[in-house]
Write a protein that binds this ligand. Structure first.
Ligand code: HEM
Length: 454
């Protein structure tokens, strides 16, 4: 990749970028076809700062790690979430992922204690129990869609850890609703989507139905808990009991619903994809798989893992980190500039969108020699120290960094270790493997794999 382009002396000039193919739509039709790879090609062709027009929006693709750090951390006050996440409000309301400014700071303060270390230790045992339950229902030689299995598993984990509830009976329902919701999101990214949303067309109707089904599940959990009046010590109780210091106000059912649904969705869809891609990568790299098995067998000696074992499984951690490098579930992070902003001498006008893509930066040969190679040895501390910090940012950064980052690391390593103690997965011959970048990076055709007992 080229590095940051050199700005000419006039501030009105835009950085290089693809020419508009349609007067109204800019490059939107090309972008929508395969957005992650479109951004990758743009960075390869035009360098670390490129301009493109997406419908009426001016968008800048930023791929220089230091410039990304400046946007996410140093100058974060100048940015809000981009349009894509604002759109998510139709589903998530004002939960952590979608809220802004003081309201976001207040909600983050209320939710944060649910992710403290002592809580994670407790969650870890739930993660392992759920993974053990899943691995014991499988049998040798069976063909499974690992994406579906991992979605069920991570949903069970987030349900159990954060809501003390067994949501596995609702898992298929939630899975179907999510698929329909993601389909409509494609449409919502179109220009004029504010109008589309109000039309009684089938995709909008399907979306609303799916949202109603999810609401029924979440309001059901809230009502049950309010009725029992019990403090179950989990996130849901915390949300219901939390009071703001300034006005002693409790959250309304709607606010609790927004936070609960946000965590239910943000907390399972991402990790399900990450684990699915990890099983795929392991199946394609048997020597890495064998080293991971050796580490797991040696560290655990056949016992189930606990939170403290995560530190004793550095290679397995490297496997998960490397999978998040090659298939980052949050494949792009977007921001919108409040005021004009300067990068490398170019002016980014207020209201522009800035797109930073882990999918792109994680494949940059300047930081990742042989970028397509799945090599967990890159995660040896000496190697990792040589790279700029934002050459790797699967969880974002700054005030909006993923609140579940440590939860996700623990979950990734513990689920891998628990399942790999017993099983190895092989891709069903001929099964097509392609990415589908919607909000998260999903396997387009699922992931059909055969189980082999170790
Ligand atoms: C591999 C798994 C995960 C990945 C790759 C991931 C990625 C991300 C990223 C990139 C962001 C920041 C988005 C932005 O700045 O625009 C984010 C935010 C968030 N994530 Fe995660 N996440 C993962 C797992 C989780 C889990 C397990 C939970 C909860 C249990 C969670 C809950 C959230 C929430 C609530 C936010 C919004 C935080 C805020 O704005 O204050 N995520 N995640």
């Amino acid at each position: 990749m080229e590095g940051l382009p050199t700005a000419p002396n006039t501030s009105s000039t835009r950085p290089p970028g693809p020419k508009n193919t349609r007067p109204w739509l800019g490059v939107l039709p090309h972008f929508r076809k395969d957005p992650a790879n479109y951004l990758l090609n743009i960075a390869r062709e035009y360098g670390d700062l490129a301009y493109m027009r997406l419908g009426p929006q001016h968008a800048f693709v930023v791929s220089d790690p230091d410039a990304i750090r400046d946007i996410l951390i140093t100058h974060q006050g100048n940015f809000t979430k981009s349009r894509m996440l604002e759109r998510a409000k139709v589903l998530l309301g004002d939960g952590l992922l979608t809220s802004e400014a003081e309201f976001h700071t207040r909600q983050r303060r209320l939710v944060q204690p649910a992710f403290h270390r002592d809580r994670l230790v407790r969650y870890a045992s739930d993660m392992v129990t759920c993974a053990e339950r899943a691995r014991d229902t499988w049998s040798s030689g069976v063909e499974l869609d690992m994406h579906r299995e991992m979605t069920r598993l991570t949903l069970a984990i987030v349900g159990r850890t954060l809501f003390s509830a067994d949501v596995s009976s609702d898992a298929d329902e939630i899975g179907r609703a999510m698929t329909q919701i993601f389909e409509l999101f494609d449409t919502l990214l179109l220009p004029f989507s504010d109008w589309i949303q109000k039309l009684p067309i089938p995709p909008v109707r399907r979306f609303e139905k799916a949202r109603d089904r999810l609401d029924k599940i979440v309001y059901g959990l809230i009502a049950e808990r309010r009725q029992s009046g019990k403090d179950a010590g989990d996130l849901l109780s915390m949300l219901l009991l939390a009071q703001d210091e300034s006005d002693n106000a409790h959250m309304t059912d709607k606010q609790v619903r927004d936070e609960a649904l946000t965590l239910l969705i943000a907390g399972h869809e991402t990790t399900a994809n990450a684990l699915t891609w990890t099983w795929y990568l392991l199946s394609q790299n048997p020597e890495v798989e064998a080293r991971m098995h050796t580490e797991i067998d040696r560290a655990l000696g056949g016992k189930l893992p606990g939170f403290d074992d995560v530190a004793n499984l550095p290679y397995t951690g490297g496997v998960f980190a490397e999978s998040l490098r090659l298939y980052p579930p949050a494949w792009a992070i977007g921001r919108r500039a409040r005021e004009d902003y300067a990068i490398a001498g170019y002016t980014i006008p207020a209201k522009s969108i800035l797109l930073m893509s882990p999918w792109v930066v994680h494949r940059d040969p300047r930081w990742w020699p042989e970028p397509e190679r799945f090599n967990p040895d890159r995660w040896h501390p000496d190697e990792a120290a040589k790279r700029p910090k934002f050459a790797y940012f699967p969880f974002g950064g700054g005030a909006r960094v993923c609140i579940g980052e440590r939860f996700a690391w623990a979950e990734g390593v513990l689920v891998l270790a628990t399942i790999a103690q017993r099983w190895r997965m092989r891709l069903v011959p001929g099964h097509p493997v392609e990415t589908r970048a919607v909000i998260t990076l999903r396997p387009k055709h699922g992931m059909k794999m055969t189980l082999e007992e170790r």
